[in-house]
Design a protein around this ligand. Structure first.
Ligand code: SF4
Length: 366
């Protein structure tokens, strides 16, 4: 492609122009679109909104497994035979203790993830009570991933001070019935709209590699633009023994990068997060994901080897980006080293480099 193709992509995204579907499709599939100039154009847009920062997110599972739904990609689904640790909702005091530890470690957001179709009316009130207690006790943002919500439930959570709701679209409307039969795409859209109507920010993304054509990814990107999702996690299907959907299709490192770039051009100001499958599918090109995406997810951090955590932080700093973490970076790195991770520098040396930011830098009043 001529240099003007890439120039126009960046200029249009920066001007807020809605990218036509044929240009999105060219980004994803046209071999004449070269990867490096494409990523350079995506980086220009990312930089305009996020500078060189990379937000590193760590999830906190408040409830695991025991889900009655049948999402075919999920190890917690009733249809999955994956050997996961199952536990019911932790009690309030345990979660408050975790929130305290997160706060003391410098977190700016506390993320609670619950498996299940969605909370009952009573469950929503209990969740709201918990959110209110966290918010009253610690100056933390709270994000919840709790399944399907209607307006009434969203209003209860909004009144308690919930800042953000995670609820992924996962795939396109047309493809949805092939990955799940116990709820619909429209259920998910309705949940996101209910959150927005009640003033809750949304975090909603997708899983690529579930057999969908590239045009479906374009449809998701456009829908998330319409929904004005503040945060977009881009997952790449991880093969997980025991899950109904075990084989990822059509994913190459270059295609994954094109997907990230397409989401950046279509949702220029969003927090585009490279999430599950980052190491597995991007392989040797993983560092290039930082050019379209401004955010990473430490996949299954609680079970991740220290090596993987240390390697991720080293990769970010080696590429000249600035780390922003939900937790104090020094704590994470120290833990990672204690678990057998290797760094070329000590955590202190790494963090002494110019430009490395911690959560405390973002909240200088603390
Ligand atoms: S509703 Fe959530 S936890 Fe349950 S199977 Fe689907 S993705 Fe997994």
């Amino acid at each position: 492609m001529e240099p003007s193709f890439y120039r126009r992509l960046a200029d249009d995204a920066l001007a807020g122009v809605d990218l036509a579907d044929d240009r999105c499709l060219a980004i994803l599939t046209d071999p004449a679109v070269d990867l490096l100039p494409l990523l350079n154009a995506a980086y220009e847009v990312r930089h305009a909104h996020w500078g060189k920062t990379v937000q590193v997110h760590v999830l906190n599972n408040a409830q695991n497994g025991k889900c009655p739904e049948d999402c075919s990609y999920c190890s917690q689904a009733r249809t999955s035979e994956a050997p996961i640790e199952e536990y019911s909702m932790k009690d309030d005091d345990e979660i408050l203790d975790e929130a305290q530890r997160a706060y003391e470690a410098g977190a700016f957001r506390y993320c609670l993830v619950m498996s299940g179709r969605g909370p009952s009316k009573k469950g929503t009130e209990q969740l709201a009570h918990l959110v209110r207690r966290i918010k009253e006790t610690y100056p933390l943002e709270v994000c919840v991933s709790a399944g399907l919500l209607d307006d009434d439930k969203a209003a209860v959570l909004a009144a308690a001070g919930l800042d953000r709701l995670n609820h992924n679209l996962n795939t396109s409307e047309e493809h949805y019935a092939e990955i799940c039969t116990t709820h619909t795409y429209q259920d998910r859209i309705d949940t996101l709209r209910a959150a927005k109507r009640n003033g809750i920010e949304t975090c909603s993304g997708l899983i690529a590699g579930m057999g969908e054509p590239p045009t479906d990814l374009i449809e998701i990107a456009k829908t998330l633009r319409t929904l004005e999702s503040e945060s977009i996690p881009v997952n790449f299907l991880l093969p997980f023994e025991g899950n109904v959907l075990q084989e990822a299709t059509g994913l190459t490192p270059q295609y994954c990068l094109r997907v990230l770039a397409m989401f950046r051009f279509t949702n220029p100001a969003a927090e585009v997060r490279c999430t599950a499958g980052r190491e597995f599918h991007l392989r040797s090109l993983e560092v290039l994901s930082l050019y379209p995406a401004n955010s990473l997810f430490l996949d299954g951090y609680l079970n991740a080897k220290g090596e993987a955590v240390a390697r991720t932080y080293q990769m970010i700093v080696d590429a000249g980006f600035e780390i922003v973490s939900d937790r104090q970076v020094a704590d994470l790195l120290t833990e990672a080293l204690a678990e057998g991770g290797r760094l070329d520098e000590t955590p202190v040396e790494l963090l002494d480099r110019p430009g490395v930011k911690t959560a405390s830098d973002l909240h200088p009043t603390r």
